[in-house]
Design a protein around this ligand. Structure first.
Ligand code: LLP
Length: 416
């Protein structure tokens, strides 16, 4: 389905035109399509067929309560990386026993809370963490369910900042140490080893890195089974989406391949997709404030910035930028689409051929994942509002922040 398409010359989100949203709610505004989110989640779910499995949506991609709640209603599990994400999932109606907890730096209080509410599994990234979880388990008189995150030393062929499965990365237990860590874990009083886990990176657009990883993992599983039995294999997230011209596997193809590799093993498969569910289910609506000519470039200064989409500044990422009014002719003018933030890296798109006037509306595409969740208030910019469109109905799922909100909790020193 195409959740965002032109109809009668105007870009729409499902059945609502974007100028209508701009008029009622202002800009910049994130807009999501309920149908697009649900359809992508269902694509993963259906592809598993009879294979025992759990989809643990990676909350970091988009942690807004309405998004989490929609996924919880579908029966999704969740992959979290902090106590904050845990509370969000619980508030949104997610079930604790469908939560896996990833991340290299789990604090004592986070482990306590997660064990207390009864999460499905801790994905353990170091022996220090294992010790800590064991200690909390003893405090609470419970065996903490864990899987060991193995770093398979496989190149995910993605941007270095979002590659996690190489031995130079901080993530996971080195492949060669994994067996001895399993031996240690099974010897611990308040630890119950239930699985194995890996995650090699994000925006992966080919099947080969996943295949290589799973082959390595299976060799390891065969050896681990001599020590203890594993009830699930968590293969992480990372499946890419099309931002421009990438051709990543579709969820169906990806899941089918994974199931084929694990055929004959009596094991639940856990996956942690984030981007591949939310990425193309959202756009960022922005308005042109000024057109400005510099000696070497034309700039369109818009009211969104790196504060709303950090990805181009941080990863040199490319997002399509579409005019909201369907153009009747091609433009010969190229613009750098930039925000008002005082950083030269505040660029949302370079060299875009567009016909522009001040006040025009633009849609920055593929913003559903790692858009709002990486937004900031740098330059004291209140965070934008978030809208979920459902057919012809518009729901405000997060109201626009105010400058007053930004200063809440601050105080000045008492007078001398
Ligand atoms: N599981 C773990 C343990 C992860 O670290 C991640 C993402 C995921 C699952 C979900 O990966 P996904 O399916 O979304 O690729 N901010 C970056 C992406 C960082 C991903 C971090 N980890 C970006 O905007 O491209």
């Amino acid at each position: 389905m195409t959740a965002f398409a032109y109809s009668h010359g105007l870009l729409c989100a499902e059945g609502v035109s974007l100028p209508e949203i701009a008029e009622r709610y202002g800009t910049p505004t994130y807009i999501y399509s309920r149908a697009a989110i649900e359809e992508r989640w269902q694509a993963f779910e259906k592809a598993f067929g009879d294979q025992s499995h759990l989809i643990c949506y990676a909350v970091k991609a988009n942690s807004s309560l309405a998004v989490l709640n929609l996924l919880a209603r579908l029966g999704s599990g969740f992959d979290i990386v902090s106590a904050g994400e845990l509370e969000r999932v619980l508030r949104a109606g997610g079930e604790a026993d469908r939560i896996v907890f990833s991340g290299v730096g789990k604090r004592f209080d986070e482990i306590r809370r997660a064990l207390d509410v009864g999460i499905k599994c801790f994905n353990v990234e170091s022996t220090g963490e294992l010790d800590r979880i064991n200690q909390v388990g003893r405090e609470q008189g419970k065996a903490a369910p864990v899987s060991i995150r193995v770093n398979p030393d496989v190149d995910a062929q993605t941007h270095p900042y979002i590659a996690t499965g190489l031995k130079e990365n901080k993530f996971g237990i080195p492949y060669d140490d994994a067996l001895s860590v399993y031996e240690l874990a099974v010897s611990m009083e308040a630890i119950q080893v239930i699985g194995i886990d890996c995650h090699i990176g994000s925006q992966i657009t080919a099947m080969a890195p996943f295949r290589d990883t799973l082959m390595r993992l299976m060799e390891l599983i065969d050896e681990i089974e001599n020590i203890t039995s594993l009830s699930h294999v968590d293969i992480g997230g990372g499946l890419g989406i099309r931002y421009r011209d990438e051709n990543p596997p579709e969820p169906e193809e990806y899941v089918r391949e994974v199931c084929k590799l694990f055929a004959g093993r009596d094991c639940e498969i856990v996956i942690e997709p984030g981007r591949s569910i939310l990425g193309n289910a959202g756009v960022l609506l922005t308005r042109v404030e000024y057109l400005k000519q510099a000696p070497e470039r034309n700039f369109a200064i818009v009211d969104a910035a790196m504060t709303e989409n950090l990805r181009p500044s941080l990863y040199d990422a490319w997002h399509d930028i579409l005019p909201v009014v369907e153009p009747e002719q091609e433009s010969n003018i190229r613009y750098d689409i930039v925000g008002p933030v005082c950083e030269s890296a505040d660029i949302l798109g370079r060299d875009r051929r567009l016909l522009l006037q001040p006040d025009d509306l633009l849609a920055i595409m593929s913003i559903g994942a790692y858009g709002f969740s990486m937004s900031s208030t740098y330059n004291s910019r209140p965070r934008a509002c978030e809208i979920m469109v459902d057919g012809e109905t518009v729901h405000v799922i997060r109201r626009r922040e105010t400058v007053e909100n930004l200063m809440e909790g601050e105080s000045v020193l008492p007078e001398d």
